[in-house]
Design a binder for this molecule. Structure first.
Ligand SMILES: Nc1nc2c(ncn2[C@@H]2O[C@H](COP(=O)(O)OP(=O)(O)OP(=O)(O)O)[C@@H](O)[C@H]2O)c(=O)[nH]1
Ligand SMILES: [Mg+2]
Length: 234
């Protein structure tokens, strides 16, 4: 297997929908999930590049593994549940520190998932087609509730992260480009999320390649050292 050219990591509290987002994107479906143990990754080919996307466990008992998964990451997707404000707080309190091992120019996306369960999700036209338009049940069963976390809260966290990482707003993508509301269930904004990141990561791969000379040695251009009369090399 070819070594991945870049790495993206999903972080966030348990149950926010990290695995579901990744499966929605990679497998185009919304299967039943079980709480992730440790971590797992998918390999995505984007143009001619291989990008590994790591799904991590949100459960507290696996917390220690997070910084290991983030090592060298080009982008981190910090995921919360729009219906659980504490899941956004956890991103700052528990998960941001794990990204210290990521690449120095690591990108951050902040993703509020499960927007299909909110009243605002209905207004954004995300009903499942098989549900009656006059039902107030978002997924033909769960009642819709007002969204508990607003996009502005995610934007505020993005700006805090820039301060924490001592990054200048002008040197990184704008908060509006990097804060998403998604639904793994309906697929809303899921392609946009991943593909925005892939497009941002590709120039980083090219830059890395330009900075690091290739480790391959061209033996055809190698000249043997000249021998002197004493037998030693000149
Ligand atoms: N309605 C709705 N439910 C979702 C969505 N995404 C995930 N879920 C449900 O939320 C639960 C948790 O989803 P997971 O994807 O397993 O969550 P996770 O973040 O991977 O959790 P851990 O692996 O424990 O860290 C599952 O029952 C999913 O079906 C979504 O966009 N909308
Ligand atoms: Mg999971």
């Amino acid at each position: 297997m070819r070594k991945p050219d870049s790495k993206i990591v999903l972080l966030g509290d348990m149950n926010v929908g990290k695995t579901s987002l990744l499966q929605r994107y990679m497998e185009r479906r919304f299967p039943d999930t079980v709480s992730t143990v440790g971590g797992a990754f998918y390999l995505k080919q984007w143009r001619s590049y291989n990008i590994s996307i790591w799904d991590t466990a949100g459960r507290e008992q696996f917390h220690g593994l997070g910084s290991m998964y983030c090592r060298g990451a080009a982008a981190v997707i910090l995921t919360y549940d729009v219906n659980h404000p504490q899941s956004l707080v956890e991103l700052e309190d528990r998960f941001l520190g794990l990204t210290d091992t990521a690449s120095k120019d690591c990108l951050f996306a902040i993703v509020g998932n499960k927007v299909d369960l909110t009243e605002e999700g209905a207004l954004a036209g995300q009903e499942k087609e098989e549900c009656s338009p006059d039902t107030d049940a978002g997924d033909c069963g769960s009642p819709r509730v007002p969204k508990q976390v607003q996009l502005e809260d995610a934007v505020a966290l993005y700006k805090k992260i820039l301060k924490y990482k001592m990054l200048d707003e002008q040197d990184v993508p704008a908060a509006e480009q990097m804060c998403f509301e998604t639904s793994a269930k309906t697929g809303y904004n899921v392609d946009l999320l991943f593909e925005t990141l892939f497009d941002l990561v590709v120039p980083m791969i090219l830059q890395q390649r330009a900075e690091k000379p290739s480790h391959t040695v061209d033996i055809s251009s190698h000249k043997p050292p000249k021998r002197t009369r004493s037998g030693c090399c000149a």
